[in-house]
Design a protein around this ligand. Structure first.
Ligand code: PEP
Length: 258
């Protein structure tokens, strides 16, 4: 048995109406029931959070938001806050996804503020990091990824960081059908854990769950999850249908029981 409980998280991005979100949540909840050996969370669009929370009632499936602002409230038109996410029942929030960094100008400094604000309110950040294809081809993968991890956790010690989850998502693998080779994913995950041990202490680093994201599907989930430092998956496209997401959950259960 591995000591870190695997986490399979679905990122629904900008997909699914209210009715479609409820239907998908119902199928996942009925598979997970009152709990499995791995943890499962789903991240619907903001307008579906409350409805999905209701649909998930009585099941062990957790609710994740896809973004937050760092302030609790105020003149921030269009934003959500950790306080509101807690209010609607979110236990997790995806932060620093490459789409937000690339398309919406999210910076390392903003990501750090969001991580800190979520931790204060006891919402678990799922911190996304990852390199572009150009950076990988230029041999910069570890510099980029470790730099993002350092920047997002700067000034926060192991106690403050507590339940933080990291998702390594190579940008070139997101939504492209290209997946990192399991050994390449392991190399980056191992390097993240080693850097966290140097910066924040070994015992906390050993407890941190590091997910892999980037075209995870039923056919590659077991191989990725068999790597020692791959503690779960952040799943985009394949989280949008029970036929694909449930087998990935089952791979998480196998990982937990291995
Ligand atoms: C993601 O966007 O977090 C992701 C991993 O997407 P996909 O699984 O579609 O590559």
């Amino acid at each position: 048995m591995t000591s870190r409980r695997p986490l399979i998280a679905g990122n629904w991005k900008l997909h699914k109406t209210l009715a479609e979100s409820r239907e998908l949540a119902r199928a996942i909840a009925s598979h997970v029931g009152s709990g499995l050996a791995c943890e499962v969370v789903v991240g619907p669009v903001a307008t579906s959070l409350a409805a999905v929370k209701n649909t998930l009632a009585g099941s062990a499936v957790g609710l994740a938001a896809q973004n937050t602002h760092w302030e609790d409230s105020g003149a921030f038109t269009g934003e959500l806050s950790p306080v509101l996410l807690l209010d609607v029942g979110c236990g997790h929030c995806i932060i620093g996804h490459s789409e937000r960094r690339q398309l919406f100008g999210e910076t390392d400094a903003g990501v750090r503020k969001k991580v800190a604000a979520l931790l204060v309110h006891k919402v678990v950040p799922i911190l996304c990091v990852g390199e572009s294809l150009e950076q990988r081809e230029a041999g910069q993968t570890l510099d980029v990824v470790l730099g993002q991890v350092e920047a997002a956790t700067e000034g926060l010690d192991a106690v403050a960081l507590g339940p933080l989850v990291i998702a390594y998502e190579p940008i070139w693998a997101i939504g492209t059908g290209r997946t990192a080779k399991a050994e390449d994913a392991q190399e980056v995950h191992g390097a993240i854990r080693a850097r966290l041990a140097e910066l924040k202490g070994e015992s906390w680093a050993d407890s941190v769950r590091i997910l892999y994201g980037g075209s995870v599907k039923p056919s590659n989930a077991d191989e990725l999850l068999a790597q020692p430092d791959v503690d779960g998956a952040l799943v985009g496209g394949a989280s949008l249908s029970p036929d694909n997401f449930i087998p990935i959950i089952d791979a998480g259960v196998r990982r937990a029981e291995s």
